[in-house]
Design a protein around this ligand. Structure first.
Ligand SMILES: *Cc1c(COP(=O)(O)O)cnc(C)c1O
Length: 393
């Protein structure tokens, strides 16, 4: 069994590039060039230098002593929360901005839901002095005012998406429309392992630095490169893809994917795509997505803005379908409590997305000798108001 992408851009039956004909030249240009460009020594050098000096990599692999004691197993946290801009998303936007420059693009567009990917994109555009346009649903603009302000401070133009439900999927549609209209000078930075081939693979490769570091860091801590488990939350799936990447083909390393159950998988207010989703096409790729019986995409719900996406990347659809990864759905309540527990036990305030992953320890029993690496995808500063509202601090 192969868990990586094949030469046609599929993970098993999922993936591909289902795009309008007018988008074909842009996507094809990227497909023909991305591996070649990424392999260039100059590209590698610049990418690694920025990850080191600008992002602050390598991020620590931290042995969480008190958390480990509580759950009687060995827990290591991969500290993506310590990256510049506070999450793993910057790894991908650094990679894509360098790709855009190599392809001669000087105008950058992006979509954003909660605004985290918009901020990461606006950041690298400022860094490179490139024009940045971020599409964002009108509802999300109202809900995520601090991130909108951040993007503006960084010099980006935030364009409201006024159609449909005025949230992430509508922002994505607007970004695609822009790209069709500006095929020559514009690069579209997608924020997760979603979208038409080659995006899922390209984003996974940029995020793969996470598992590359885990290997040598674990060697230092434990004298071996492979953990027994890798745990990560899944929205579109990019932090998970990065944490899994170098372990995908090694089935001794068990993979656990945590999805947001919202108010409960059967409540109608959920984002647990693997359980609730069916095969379909969203944003250019064939994958699992939440839809009505006649194929309309349903609005997902989670307390975590970064996890309420109606689909999941094709890699994860394949990991689910083949059983390579175990999928666990975590409710809002379970996540919030696990997040607060990390604050008290380790002095780390996690992003609510990451809190979902942390809830694994209440759901699943690990052995005392197991080495469990958990992707702490982001820090909780952005979620403070949500934590306050929930716990009434
Ligand atoms: C965006 C985000 C996620 C979800 O996105 P993935 O592509 O699934 O990783 C998870 N954690 C944080 C902190 C995020 O900002």
């Amino acid at each position: 069994m192969n868990y990586n992408i094949n030469e046609k851009g599929y993970y098993g039956e999922f993936g591909g590039a289902y795009i309008p004909e007018m988008l074909y030249p842009n996507v094809e240009e990227l497909r023909q060039n991305y591996l070649k460009v990424m392999a260039e020594p100059e590209f590698q050098k610049e990418f690694n230098q920025l990850l080191k000096d600008y992002v602050g990599r390598p991020s620590p692999l931290y042995f969480a002593k008190r958390l480990s004691k509580k759950y009687n197993t060995k827990v290591y946290l991969k500290r993506e929360d310590l990256n510049h801009t506070g999450a793993h998303k910057i790894n991908n936007t650094i990679g894509q901005i360098l790709m855009a420059k190599r392809l001669g693009k000087h105008r950058i567009i992006a979509e954003t839901g909660a605004g985290q990917h918009g901020v990461a994109t606006a950041t690298v555009c400022a860094l490179m002095g490139l024009e940045c346009i971020v599409y964002m649903g009108e509802i999300d603009i109202a809900r995520q005012a601090p991130n909108v302000a951040r993007m503006k401070m960084l010099g980006a133009t935030v364009v409201p998406a006024l159609s449909g439900s005025r949230t992430l999927k509508d922002a994505t549609n607007e970004a695609i429309r822009d790209w069709i209209n500006n095929p020559v000078d514009t690069h579209y930075i997608i924020g997760s392992v979603v979208g038409p081939h080659p995006y899922p693979d390209m984003v996974a490769r940029f995020q793969a630095v996470v598992s590359e570091e885990i290997q040598w860091q674990l060697q230092e801590h434990e004298g071996k490169t492979n953990p027994d488990y890798v745990v990560a939350c899944v929205g579109g799936g990019s932090n998970a893809a990065g944490a899994y990447y170098h372990f995908l083909e090694n089935t001794d390393v068990k993979l656990i994917a945590i999805e947001a159950a919202g108010l409960g998988v059967d409540s109608g207010e959920s984002a647990a795509t693997s359980v609730l989703g069916k095969e379909g096409i969203i944003h250019g790729s064939k994958t699992l997505l939440m839809q009505t019986n006649d194929g309309q995409i349903t609005e997902p719900y989670s307390i975590s803005a970064g996890l309420d996406y109606p689909g999941v990347g094709p890699m994860h659809a394949h990991l689910y379908k083949t059983g390579r990864a175990e999928f666990i759905a975590i409710t809002d309540d379970q996540a919030m409590n696990a997040g607060l527990e990390l604050c008290k036990l380790e002095g780390i305030i996690p992003a609510i997305e990451s809190s979902h992953a942390l809830a694994v320890f209440e759901q699943k029993k690990f052995q005392p000798e197991d080495v469990v690496v958990l992707s702490l995808s982001g820090r909780g500063d952005k979620d403070l108001q949500n934590y306050i509202d929930y716990f009434k601090f």
